[in-house]
Design a protein. Structure first.
Length: 198
């Protein structure tokens, strides 16, 4: 009788060791299969820290619940803004309506480009909604260029004052080389409407 008990305990011990070994082998196999996916995900997140090559931002005071629109035109392309949010070169990533449907306290709009085409760029701001009489909305407009993954440089900055509904102002007209360098003497504020595409 004691001999049979000894055999049963040994059999259970062997089964237990086999099950533990199989679980360990299965766990190691899953980790090995997941490693390439973890590495790929890490690389993708690193590459998308700063999307786009030409970055255009418009910021206005958070305590002013007004709808300002950013319009950007790349060389040879149709303007990108609130009713045409994507083009071949630029995409409007944030259309801020002031406080309507806003999850943040900041008022800003931002566009990013794919690549840096050589030629003239135009950046406009537009006061979409109504303004109370005597109210001025200061809009800070910033243009940055990212030539390499970790090399983003601000190249232009200005402040535009909007005082009436449907006011559209050209913040910048400028030219970039194919390498993303600002062409000397190319910066101006010569007005050109982008909303109508003129």
């Amino acid at each position: 009788m004691e001999e049979l008990d000894y055999i049963d305990e040994d059999a259970w011990g062997t089964v237990f060791r086999d099950v533990i070994l199989l679980v360990l082998v299965g766990f190691v196999a899953m980790v090995i299969m997941l490693l390439p996916h973890i590495t790929v995900a890490k690389k993708e997140s690193e590459q998308t820290k700063v999307p786009g090559n030409v970055i255009v931002e418009a910021h206005w005071p958070s305590d002013q619940p007004v709808d300002v629109d950013l319009w950007v035109k790349a060389p040879g392309q149709f303007p990108v803004g609130f009713w045409n949010q994507g083009g071949e070169i630029f995409n409007l990533l944030r259309d801020d309506l002031g406080i309507v449907g806003d999850a943040t306290d900041e008022n800003y709009e931002i566009t990013y480009s794919r690549g840096i085409p050589q030629g003239e760029y135009i950046v406009n701001v537009h006061m979409y909604g109504p303004l109370p009489p005597g109210v001025t909305v200061p809009v800070n407009v910033v243009v940055s260029v990212r030539k390499k993954y970790d090399d983003t440089n601000q190249i232009l900055k200005t402040n535009i004052k909007l005082t009436r509904r449907n006011q559209e102002e050209t913040a910048f007209r400028f030219k970039l080389t194919g390498d993303g360098d600002l062409v000397p003497g190319s910066v101006s504020t010569l007005r050109r409407s982008l909303i109508t595409g003129r």
